[in-house]
Every structure is written in structure tokens, then in C-alpha cells.
Design a protein around this ligand. Sequence first.
Ligand code: ADP
Length: 224
Amino acid sequence: MVPGVKLVVLGKQGAGKGTQAVALSHHYVVPHIATGDMLRAHVRGGTELGHKAKSIMDSGELLSDEMIIEMVAERLWSADVRARGFVLDGCPRTVHQAKMLAEILDVDELDAALDIEVPTSEVLARLAQRRVCSDCGTNYSIASPPRINWTCDICFGEVVQREDDTEEAIRRRLELYERETEPLIEWYRENELLVKVEGVGSPDNVLRRIIESVEEHRGGRASL
Ligand code: ADP
């Protein structure tokens, strides 16, 4: 039987977090919980949360920690997540969110917090090229588009540029990443959960590197 996993994925915008988180959720057969995708679904569905989130997201700012943790907590309590675990992508993004999360989910329960490292020059180039399915969230790029005329290969939704992938919003998100999320990496290191992986290379190679590193970390912890 494939073991499940409880994994937090960190990394700058454009580091390949979403792509790798989906692949990891398939590998470990656990749900992929992506706060950005959940919020975009709320915006599309016209919910109260979606109305509050839209302008904040479009400008590249962060939603309040309370709003995010409430949404994530609900998902973490569902039966599929409790059975096998999860790949959590996009949360926590601040030390405060990590501490709030630790109240719902004991830090020791996590297998690892993965940090996918990619230089800023590379993420800027990737983000300018990024396109995404407006329905299922699958990522594409100008260099590797869907097979047919910007129609998603997976769900046939429309593949578009994200509304928050403007130059200004990207700059703001990267600034916030440095200020709010990088201290979180230290927090996970102190809690002996940090696994750093080089994110440059083909998606398959990066995935292989990640799985090896997560398993090595898990093995190390198990033998303590
Ligand atoms: P990216 O990693 O490219 O910024 P995401 O899809 O993860 O994109 O998130 C899109 C937007 O959703 C963020 O810019 C932010 O406004 C909001 N968001 C997502 N997750 C969080 C979070 N954990 N805390 C606060 N805001 C969040």
C-alpha cells in the first residue's frame, strides 16, 4: 500500500508549488488543498468569501489569517483528509498562520514542510509565461500550452492568464513572500520539519528529487 502523507508546500510564486503539489497528491494518493484554488472557486461561485477575496487577490495582497485558517480548518476536518493526509499548498503563508494551524493540527503530525527553491530571476520569467485553466486550475505556459487552442487538456475549461499575474501584483506577492513567508521557513527549520529542494529542472526531475528528500526526512525521523 502507498503510504499517505501530511505535507506543507512552500516556495515563491512561480517556483512550481502548484504543479508539484498536484503531482505529490497523486503520488501519495491524498487530497491537494490549495488555498489559492479554493479562493478562486469562491470568487467564481459568488460566495460572501469570494466577494471579500476578489479585490485583495487581484492586487496581490494577503487575506486575513483568520479567514484563511477558518477555510483550511474546515477542509482538514473532512473524512478524506483524516484518512490519508494532505498536500497543503499556499497555507501557511505567515508565522501567525503556522501557529494557528498548529492549534488544529499538531506540528508533530506533519511529515515535512517542503521548500521549493528557485531564483527570483527564474520565477519572474516563469510567471510572465504562466497560463492556467480557469476551471480546474491546471498550469500551462506559453512554452507548453494545452494541445488544442487554449482549451484545458484535462477538463476542457478555458486556459487564461491569471488576473493577479500582472507585473505589479506579482511584484507585490514576491515582496510579501519575502517579508511574511520567508520567516516561516525558519520556523519550520526550528521545528525540524524543513525539507529544501532545488526547483530548477524538468517537473519530473524536481518531483523525483522531492519524493526522495521527503522519504529520506521521514526515514530519519522514524529512526529517532
Ligand atoms: P501565488 O502563490 O501565485 O500568490 P495562490 O494561488 O497561492 O498564488 O494565491 C492567490 C492569492 O490568494 C494570494 O495572492 C492571496 O491574495 C490569496 N491567498 C492564498 N493563500 C493565502 C494565505 N494562506 N493567506 C493569505 N492570503 C492567501
